[in-house]
Structures are given as structure tokens and as C-alpha cells.
Ligand binder design. Structure first.
Ligand SMILES: *Cc1c(COP(=O)(O)O)cnc(C)c1O
Length: 316
């Protein structure tokens, strides 16, 4: 970061930012990409450009854009949210369910359904992966019905590593995608929002409106470039999550089998368990009535073993 070549990204373009955006677009299989300070801003930019007031958008129940972005998809981007049940598996609807919403009403007072927002991996479903054939069917159902498709791929890299596929295999049929350089990849700041060249031109204007244009951004983009080089090592985080889940199961915990780096555990009283864990020096968060553990680059195998010793038997 200290050695990054910088320019002024508000005036014209910072060279390290440009390199990062080109690399991200290549990985995501889009024509262009734009660095943004956060995943939330990336999603907001995409949804704002896709939606108009009086529009409805579809998203799987528990999606980040529905539950963890303070309703900005509605009150800033202007879309009426329609949560979709997970009737195809954790975090994902069926294509048939999407089709039930693509029949547009001719009534003047009806919402126009214009956007499907997918999430891969699905955070609230415990880092659940949508496999490529299912993703393609969902995107096709939306497109055939005249909808656009945005992919919240905050953890798309984790999905790709879990499936042993390039990330671009999971963006087939989408108009836009957001992906985080922070979180598992370890950059302190930054996400990208990607799509067509025309989309990115408009996204740059919207980013400026939201106060997300930065000047010597190369310092931050340099961290993003390092992050993108460590995509493959997310497999270690996934292995550590499996180790944690197995250890918890041996200790009587009711745990999900992690597909990526998130482990969900069911307990009778989430608040009481989190407090006990905190006192033992193990940090976890509540997620949809469960305890959520996440592995990342600063948590190695030895740390998992130590954490398991401190966590101990399940609370019943
Ligand atoms: C974390 C996350 C975001 C938002 O990213 P921030 O950088 O925290 O704003 C968006 N979508 C999903 C699925 C996430 O997990």
C-alpha cells in the first residue's frame, strides 16, 4: 500500500485503481468494474441504477440487501422488496417461484417487477453456495420475464473456491455483480461493482453522488490487488470452518455442515451463549436466531483447536 503508484481518481483515474478494476472485471467476466468503499455502496449503486419508484425487486429471504442495508434498496433506490422463500435449498428460490412474479399486471396501480437480486454465497443461510447450473436457471427465468439481474457476490470468491470454478462461471446471465475485497480476502477497505462499460460509467457518477469517490485511491486499491491474489487460499478458511463444525458436533453442538467459511450453531438462548463465549475469548455473532462463527485469514488451525477447547460442550 505504501509503495502504490497513485494519481487522483476523482480528477481522472488513479493507475493502481485502474489496474485493480481491470483485474476484477477479468475475474468476474464483465466488461468493466468500479472500486467502491463498501459492499453496501456497491449494492446501492447497482440497485439505484436498476430500479425506479414503483418497481418491485425479488431477493431470497434474509438477503443482505433486504435485512442488513437499512432498507436503502427501498428508500434510496426506490424498489419495493419481495422476499422469496428458499424452496430450492438454503438461500435459494426455484426458477418457478421467480416466474410467478414475472407475469406483469396491466393495472395502472400495480408494481412493475424489474429486478432479481441473487446472493452467492448466501450470508444469512450460513455461506450457502448456489451451484452454477441453478444460478443460470434462476438468471434465465428472470431475464425471460424481462427482469434484470444483480448478483450480491460479497462472498462470490468463497462460492467459486468451494465449487473449484472460476468466479466468472457464477456470473452467467447477470447484468451487474458486487464483490468484496474485504472480509475473507482480507483487504481493510473495498469492494467492486461490475457490469457493462455503460453501467460502470453511470456507476462512477452515482458513486460520486454518494460521496464514494476517493483521490489517491491507489493506496486502497493496492490492498485490493493483494486480496485478489489470495482467492485460492480461501480453501484454507473453508477447511478450518469444517474443522470447527466437526469439533463442535463432537462436543454436542447442533451445527450446520459449512459449505464455505461460515458455521451456524443452534442454541436455546443465543444471547447467553454469546456472552459465555465472549468471556472465554471466542467472538461470534447472532444470525437469524443462531450463533454464527466465521473463519478468515487470521484464524489458523491452531486457533480453531484452541477455540474448541474454550468453547467446550454445547449449552443446553
Ligand atoms: C458484507 C456483505 C455486504 C456488504 O459489505 P460491506 O462492505 O460490509 O458494506 C453485502 N452483501 C453481503 C452478502 C455481505 O455479506
Amino acid at each position: 500500500m505504501a509503495a502504490a503508484e497513485v494519481g487522483d481518481d476523482v480528477l481522472d483515474h488513479d493507475p493502481t485503481m485502474r489496474a485493480l478494476e481491470e483485474k476484477a472485471a477479468g475475474l468476474l467476466g464483465t466488461a468493466a468494474a468500479l472500486w467502491v468503499p463498501s459492499g453496501t455502496m456497491g449494492n446501492l449503486i447497482a440497485l439505484s441504477l436498476h430500479l425506479q419508484r414503483g418497481d418491485r425487486f425479488l431477493a431470497p429471504r434474509g438477503a443482505h440487501v433486504l435485512d442488513f442495508e437499512l432498507g436503502t434498496a427501498a428508500w434510496l433506490a426506490g424498489g419495493m422488496p419481495q422476499p422469496l422463500e428458499w424452496n430450492a435449498g438454503p438461500g435459494r428460490p426455484t426458477a418457478d417461484l421467480i416466474r410467478t412474479y414475472t407475469v406483469q399486471s396491466a393495472r395502472y396501480d400495480a408494481l412493475h417487477t424489474t429486478l432479481l437480486c441473487l446472493e452467492n454465497t448466501h450470508n444469512g443461510a450460513g455461506g450457502a453456495v448456489i451451484p452454477p447450473h441453478e444460478h443460470a436457471l434462476l438468471a434465465a427465468a428472470a431475464r425471460d420475464g424481462g427482469l434484470r439481474v444483480h448478483l450480491d457476490g460479497a462472498r462470490l470468491w468463497n462460492a467459486a473456491v468451494s465449487l473449484e470454478l472460476p468466479p466468472a462461471a457464477l456470473t452467467v446471465g447477470v447484468d451487474t455483480v458486487q464483490a468484496c475485497l474485504s472480509k475473507g480476502l482480507g483487504a481493510p477497505v473495498g469492494s467492486v461493482v461490475a457490469g457493462s462499460t455503460e453501467f460502470v460509467t453511470e456507476a462512477r457518477r452515482m458513486r460520486k453522488m454518494l460521496g464514494g469517490g476517493v483521490r489517491q485511491g491507489g493506496v486502497l486499491a493496492a490492498a485490493g490487488l493483494v486480496a485478489l491474489e489470495r482467492i485460492d487460499s480461501l480453501a484454507e478458511d473453508h477447511g478450518n470452518a469444517r474443522l470447527l463444525a466437526e469439533g463442535l458436533a463432537e462436543r454436542g453442538w447442533d451445527v450446520s455442515t459449512p459449505q464455505t467459511n461460515i458455521v451456524l450453531a443452534g442454541v436455546p438462548d443465543v444471547g447467553r451463549t454469546l456472552e459465555r463465549l465472549r468471556k472465554a475469548g471466542v467472538l461470534a455473532v447472532p444470525m437469524n436466531g443462531q450463533v454464527r462463527f466465521v473463519t478468515h485469514r487470521d484464524v489458523g488451525k491452531a486457533t480453531i483447536e484452541e477455540a474448541l477447547r474454550r468453547i467446550g460442550r454445547s449449552d443446553r
